[in-house]
Design a protein around this ligand. Structure first.
Ligand SMILES: [Zn+2]
Length: 86
């Protein structure tokens, strides 16, 4: 059964960007953060926002204090926050 979850970027520049991710497909939280990063870069590139997409490429996207197991056990409507400002 798919487990779609909303992942939202938390950052002064890209904060609010959301992607629905089926977390069952991912091995760890780094893979989820990288997936969301790639969707963001793809979206910016599609709109020809070259400078913003380069800024996104240089940021380190990560999920704080949670393992993939924590995320799988959490409520389905709980937003997963992706940090890229530290
Ligand atoms: Zn952080």
């Amino acid at each position: 059964m798919p487990t779609p979850r909303i992942c939202q970027i938390s950052d002064e520049l890209f904060g609010g960007f959301q992607v629905s991710v089926d977390i069952d497909y991912y091995y760890d939280t780094d893979e989820i953060a990288t997936y969301v990063k790639n969707i963001l870069i793809g979206s910016l590139s599609k709109m020809h926002l070259v400078s913003l997409s380069h800024t996104a490429e240089n940021k380190h996207f990560h999920i704080h204090n949670k393992t993939i197991y924590n995320l799988r056990q959490a409520k389905q409507n709980e937003i997963i926050y992706i940090c890229c400002h530290c």
